[in-house]
Design a protein around this ligand. Structure first.
Ligand code: GLC
Length: 456
């Protein structure tokens, strides 16, 4: 397409998204001629969101995964108070599981629904929602200058075809938690390589009688994908070609090594067999119960250790290090976290009001509240230099290296389909059902097919 035609198609696509057709379908229809598209009777099924008519406030519906700390609700109440008579935010809680929330939103967006106007989305979502035109392009609102204030990784997670489709809200990084007290007693340092992790785990298991050496998230779900990817990256492998997101490269020696190391944790008796069923909660419970020397998990676990009802292990017994790698050189940790996005199908005053909420939620003061009261890692650079925040949220200092070396999961409009296949194959390899070589060969074919289908 020429630039001008592409531009016209984009505008038309945006309009059609508002009337309930996605951009990819539109582009397909556009191939058959625009008149053809209207003849197909693409009726409007959008709407939703309060209109702010009759002088009442503009109603905005905001959806997030559950927040056990109550901080989100507190901030929403504050926003509503400050905007009384102008904007009223209604809060909707979504399922805690990222994939379930994604499926729910995708179903609504496919139907052109604007029931939810603004929502928090996992870092893997922007490309998938941007490609079909479900979320608004924020280029004019979240400007280059604004973006400078934010951490780079989370900003990048929102960029699709050069434009931002979300604003970072809270970030996550994979940490290696270790029992500092037990390592100190044994005169051992935190490991830099996977071999050292195994040796250290075994030595401590023998000297202190700890039940497991290492626990992590190995179940067949999104968290299992992040863990599998970390093993792959830290053995020098990758899933997609970094310079061509449509080129699948997972059938490489690094990926085989990574999955073999993951599997060897069970074979060598470092991790329990049940680790292939563990999600965040099961692995955290084992570690905080004093049953494991090491744990891979997100930053919030450290905050949980402050609560004696939730944890037998105290914060001062816990150390945090970057994940090990094969070479012992700098390792990558999976970038997690959540961004704020706008439903492209919302009507005009609602869209502006929804962005007001995004600005409010990502402003320095709210980021401080989220960090101090909710233990959420901030996404603004400046808060990492703010002593009050650093003192109140110890993982910021402890996890600094891991936070600085995060790597995003494959950025692709087809990520959710890819993720399902990776979850299944990584889990089968960990379980010993499928040799790692076979798992990556299966994935090479399956992921290539997903990209091909998506482009058809
Ligand atoms: C955390 C991360 C998210 C990830 C999920 C996997 O919530 O922030 O990015 O997808 O864990 O379980």
């Amino acid at each position: 397409m020429t630039d001008r035609v592409e531009g016209v198609a984009k505008n038309e696509a945006t309009a059609m998204v508002q009337r309930g057709i996605n951009r990819r379908d539109f582009l397909k229809l556009a191939g058959a001629g625009l008149a053809g598209a209207s003849l197909l009777g693409v009726a409007g099924c959008g709407g939703g969101g309060g209109q702010g008519g009759n002088g009442g406030p503009v109603e905005v519906t905001f959806a997030t995964t559950p927040d056990p700390t109550g901080t989100f609700q507190k901030l929403i109440d504050q926003f509503n108070k400050e905007n009384e008579g102008k904007i009223e935010v209604k809060y909707q809680q979504a399922p805690p599981d990222s994939s379930q929330f994604f499926d729910q939103l995708r179903t609504e967006f496919q139907a052109g629904s604007a029931r939810i106007n603004v929502f928090e989305g996992d870092v893997t979502w922007p490309a998938q929602f941007a490609a079909p035109g479900y979320v608004a392009d924020l280029s004019d609102r979240f400007t280059q200058e604004e973006r400078q204030k934010f951490l780079e990784g989370p900003v990048q997670s929102n960029i699709y075809e050069g434009a931002p489709f979300g604003v970072p809200w809270r970030t996550d990084a994979g940490f290696l938690y270790y029992r500092k007290d037990l390592l100190d007693e044994a005169g051992l340092e935190p490991p830099k390589t996977w071999d050292e992790l195994k040796q250290t785990a075994q030595a401590v298991q023998q000297s202190a009688g700890t039940k497991f050496g290492y626990v992590f998230q190995g179940a067949d779900y999104e968290g299992g994908v992040v863990n599998g990817l970390e093993y792959i990256w830290n053995a020098g492998g990758d899933v997609l070609d970094p310079s061509d997101p449509n080129k699948v490269v997972i059938d490489n020696p690094g990926a085989v090594d990574g999955l073999s190391i993951e599997r060897s944790m069970v074979e060598d008796g470092i991790a329990p067999k049940a680790v292939s069923t563990f999600k965040e909660d099961e692995s955290t419970a084992a570690f905080l119960n004093g049953d494991s020397v090491f744990l891979r998990n997100w930053p919030y676990v450290y905050a949980q250790a402050a609560d004696p009802e939730a944890s037998k292990v105290k914060q001062e017994q816990i150390g945090i290090a970057p994940l090990p790698s094969v070479s012992g050189e700098e390792s990558a940790s999976g970038l997690g976290g959540w961004n704020l996005m706008l439903n492209a199908a919302s009507e005009d005053p609602v869209q502006d009001a929804s962005y007001e909420l995004i600005k409010f939620m990502t402003a320095p003061e709210r980021q401080r509240t989220l960090a101090i009261e909710g233990s959420y890692l901030p996404i603004l650079q400046e808060l990492y230099d703010d002593q009050e925040v650093v003192d109140a949220v110890p993982v910021i200092a402890l996890g600094k290296e891991a936070i600085q070396n995060t790597k995003p999961r494959p950025v692709s409009p087809y990520y959710s389909d890819m993720s399902l296949r990776m979850a299944e194959q990584f889990n089968a390899s960990l379980d010993g059902e499928t040799p790692p070589e076979q798992a990556v060969a299966t994935l090479q074919e399956a992921l290539t097919e997903i990209v091909k289908q998506g482009q058809a």
